[in-house]
Design a protein around this ligand. Structure first.
Ligand SMILES: Cc1cc2nc3c(=O)[nH]c(=O)nc-3n(C[C@H](O)[C@H](O)[C@H](O)COP(=O)(O)OP(=O)(O)OC[C@H]3O[C@@H](n4cnc5c(N)ncnc54)[C@H](O)[C@@H]3O)c2cc1C
Length: 304
């Protein structure tokens, strides 16, 4: 693996390709658009072990030069698709501190050390934990096919359940996350049955900018677990925009959730629970941003 050339092993259903670098990945994928990209394999692994799916040819992209970078330029953090949660959050949690507690709630150490944010986005799950906060932050996604790149708002990537804006032969190259200014308030809340190692029932992410007179100058709200894709709460945002940031405004805006989302009942939560919890997260965000009745945060250390 260290000589810098492409590896191809096996044949038929046992075929594995490890490209030499990101450029090589781009040319392999143009020739093999039906191949399965494997990054940390924390999702793909289950397709094989639980569903016995044939994923050949598998293209392993962990550790590829050109995909493992994480850097900040002009207030935007760019994270390569091969960067693991642990690596990404070492910078993200420092620069966007509200993301720190979320990291602690994604899988366990093994998943965080292998799983990637690129994989979390690319799999298009409605309950992936990173898309809602990244959408709220205004993140953009770079996709690449051969030598051609395009960069789109992350929220546009999610078209419908199981359908993303990714063409054959295209791959996720990087996600770009603007660091919010000190004048904005940002929070993300994950709701699960267990604190650790649990998949999201509902997750809400909020970013808010107040004008000098404490009216809402800008707000973006995105949820996971509430629709077939990670989704903005456009109606709620509209109900808040330009209004004074008060409990009365928040209570009134909570009615708009019913138009924005029709959540499902499944083993993680009922539709009614999801609808109520989602609304209450806005109230929590209000309480935390105004210092009134802010709920107690339980850290891993205290919980133990
Ligand atoms: C025990 C356990 C706990 C988990 N807990 C959580 C959790 O708390 N929160 C959460 O959100 N998820 C959780 N997951 C799901 C999973 O860990 C995440 O979705 C993870 O981010 C997937 O990243 P990966 O690198 O492992 O992706 P992979 O499994 O390698 O790939 C996932 C999908 O993305 C595609 N893909 C990967 N990289 C690219 C790319 N660069 N371009 C195009 N397509 C690509 C793959 O082809 C596949 O379709 C958990 C999984 C396990 C097994």
């Amino acid at each position: 693996m260290k000589d810098g050339s492409r590896i191809e092993i096996g044949s038929g259903s046992m075929r594995l390709i490890v490209p030499a670098n990101a450029d090589d990945l781009a040319s392999v994928l143009v020739k093999e658009p039906a191949a399965t990209i494997v990054a940390g394999s924390t999702d793909v692994g289950l397709w094989v072990t639980k569903h016995m799916r044939d994923i050949a040819p598998a293209i392993f992209i962990g550790n590829l030069d050109g995909l493992c970078g994480i850097s900040e330029d002009k207030g935007v953090i760019s994270i390569g698709a091969g960067v693991t949660y642990s690596e990404a959050f070492s910078m993200l949690a420092k620069r966007i501190t509200a993301l720190g507690p979320l990291f602690d709630r994604i899988g366990g150490d093994q998943v965080r050390n292998m799983g990637t944010i690129g994989g979390n986005i690319a799999n298009g799950s409605p309950i992936g934990d990173t898309p809602p906060p990244l959408i709220a932050l205004g993140a953009r996604l770079t996709l690449r096919r051969g030598d051609k790149r395009r960069t789109i708002p992350l929220e546009d990537f999610f078209i419908a359940y199981g359908r993303q804006d990714r063409q054959p032969g295209e791959f996720v190259e990087a996600v770009h996350v603007p660091v919010p200014g000190s004048e904005t308030k940002f929070a993300v809340y994950k709701i699960t049955k267990r604190r650790d190692e649990d998949i999201t029932a509902a997750l809400g992410a909020f970013i808010l900018k107040l004008a000098e007179d404490d009216t809402v100058a800008d707000v973006r709200i995105a949820y996971g677990g509430m629709a077939a894709t990670p989704k903005r709460a456009f109606g709620v945002e509209k109900a808040l925009l330009g209004k004074p940031w008060t409990e009365a405004t928040v209570e009134a805006a909570m009615a708009a959730y019913a138009d924005d989302f029709t959540p499902l009942t499944d083993m993680r939560a009922s539709a009614e629970y999801r609808a109520l919890a989602a609304r209450n997260l806005l109230l929590r965000f209000f309480a935390e941003t105004t210092g009134t009745r802010a709920p107690i945060q339980v850290s891993r250390h205290e919980a133990a």
